[in-house]
Ligand binder design. Structure first.
Ligand code: MSP
Length: 494
């Protein structure tokens, strides 16, 4: 049996079209999913959309559409964006799917049965943008710091989940990494918050119609975050992947980290279900130093970038721009520079090498590309585990670029840097060896051996790029097999 690996993106609010911030989360998750598939694991990669709640209902009302009409329209936009970015999700869940609704409703009923839910009256400040009640202390000048809007006072009878009862359990499980939260700084941040004490949370809404009815009380709907978090679990039932629970890795942005680290974990504990294994929290990116916003007019849409640079260059750029887990800044200028780097280092390397192989009629040993370089097959032919004793880029007998340590820590930028360094090394080797000079001097054996070696190194390079730039890696392998040249990163027409 192959190792199973269940990985998820957050499910996106479809109150607006997808932007590159959403794209970032999906690309990163996709790279990790593809990497695990390449290691021979059986991967279940889930993404989807979060379609209930006040935020979506308000967006639909603005357009005079029913929420259902509205989400159906936006659903197509999200699917199109993921296709364009070559996201290889195995399933795509929508919280408006009735099967999901049934599962959520059953689980909430179970929370009630187990005594973890209580009806109480409540008055608080609610931020619709965050879809949560806020504490006075969280506001900045009376506004929600994320949405720069004044929360509205809401007073209603709600069902409360006894989150406070789970503080000790959460603390010890997070401390011991039984629930692993990374980067470490985020683990400490959440432990600090739990130490301040956990308040019970309202898990129903009396004034939000667009949601799953609360079991036993049709006047209320289930709080959209409870509905949404359960997607990770309901999907395993809906798509017959029950053996994949608990999830191995949830990827989330720092803005929704609390909901996953604390609320989701506590709900699972309350249901007596195994908790997910790891939560990785990535940063936020700004555009030219500013928060992406419609009002500023700096929203970058994935389709605009892809139209200009192609899918793989966009994938490369967002992951190489700053460390996964940190905040960073993106700009069109830097996207352009990243594209030029790809063209100069990788595009050029392929161009020169294959042109010389053709010109000097070099016989290249193997045009067969191992499907999973770096993996030693088991005796029964099934893919086994990666070779442990790998070699560095400077080694002539290199079979693959060892990005295993980086990938184990989800250091995607560092992994890409290692791969890029390898490409740079090959360019340097060409400059130092000067194959054209060898040809002139009639040193044919030396020439043939150098170019054959470079050819095999390009196979290694292509293979390492598979999870990051899947289409380009395929093109590279094709070119190395057929020796037919086609620019990998064509010049951009302005
Ligand atoms: N619907 C909730 C998630 C529910 S998961 C059970 C939600 N959706 S969202 O569409 O607002 O955000 C989805 C993800 O996109 C979040 O992880 C968020 O951090 C990420 N990003 C949105 N804008 C971003 C940037 N500007 N930069 C990086 N990530 C960004 O929250």
């Amino acid at each position: 049996m192959n190792k199973k690996f269940y990985i998820t993106t957050p499910i996106y609010y479809i109150n607006d079209v997808p932007h590159i911030g959403h794209g970032y989360a999906s690309i990163a998750t996709d790279v990790i999913a593809r990497y695990h598939r390449k290691q021979g694991e059986e991967v279940f990669f889930l993404t989807g959309t979060d379609e209930h709640g006040a935020k979506i209902a308000e967006a639909a009302a603005k357009l005079d559409e029913t929420p259902k009409e509205f989400v159906d329209k936006l659903d197509l936009k999200f699917r199109a964006a993921w296709k364009l970015l070559n996201i290889s999700n195995d399933e795509y869940i929508r919280t408006t799917d009735s099967l999901h609704g049934e599962i959520v409703s059953k689980l909430v009923e179970k929370l009630v049965e187990r005594g973890f839910v209580e009806k109480r009256s409540y008055e608080g400040l609610y931020c619709v943008g965050c879809e949560k009640y806020m504490k006075e202390s969280e506001l900045v000048n009376g506004l929600c710091p994320d949405h720069l809007k004044k929360p509205v006072i809401q007073s209603e009878e709600n069902y409360f989940f006894k989150l406070s009862a789970f503080a000790d359990q959460l603390k010890s499980k997070i401390e011991s990494d039984e629930i692993m939260i990374r980067p470490e700084s985020k683990k400490h941040e959440i432990l600090g918050k739990i130490n301040l004490g956990l308040d019970d949370i309202s898990i129903s809404r009396a004034h939000v119609e667009w949601g799953i009815p609360f079991p036993g009380d049709p006047e209320q709907t289930i709080y959209v975050w409870i509905d949404a978090l359960i997607n990770y679990y309901s999907a395993t039932k809906m798509y017959n992947r029950e053996e994949f629970w608990p999830a191995d890795l949830h990827i989330v942005g720092k803005d929704i980290f609390w909901f996953h680290a604390v609320i989701w974990s506590a709900v699972l504990l309350a249901l007596d279900l195994p908790v997910y294994k790891k939560l990785f929290v990535h940063g936020y990116f700004t555009v030219d130093g500013q928060k992406m916003s419609k009002t500023i007019g700096n929203v970058i849409k994935p389709e605009d970038l892809v139209a200009k640079y192609g899918t793989d260059a966009v994938r490369y750029y967002v992951l190489s721009a700053f460390p996964f887990g940190a905040d960073g800044d993106v700009s069109l200028e830097k996207m352009n520079q990243a594209y030029l780097k790809l063209a100069n280092e990788i595009g050029n390397l392929f161009q020169r090498t294959i042109a010389m192989i053709n010109k000097y009629e070099i016989k290249v040993s193997s045009s067969v590309i191992p499907a999973q370089a770096g993996i030693q097959a088991n005796s029964d032919g099934s893919p086994g585990t990666s070779l442990e004793n790998t070699v560095g880029p400077e080694d002539d007998n290199l079979q693959y670029i060892d990005i295993k340590p980086e990938m184990a820590e989800l250091q995607l930028m560092e992994a890409l840097r290692k791969i890029m360094l390898f490409a740079e090394d090959q360019n340097k080797a060409i400059a130092a060896t000067q194959p054209w000079a060898l040809a002139k001097e009639g040193k044919n054996e030396e020439l043939a051996s150098f170019l054959a070696k470079t050819h095999s190194k390009l196979i290694v390079l292509a293979d390492a790029l598979v999870p990051f730039m899947p289409e380009t890696a395929e093109k590279m392998k094709d070119q190395l097999a057929t020796l037919k040249l086609e620019p990998l990163f064509p010049r951009i027409e302005e």
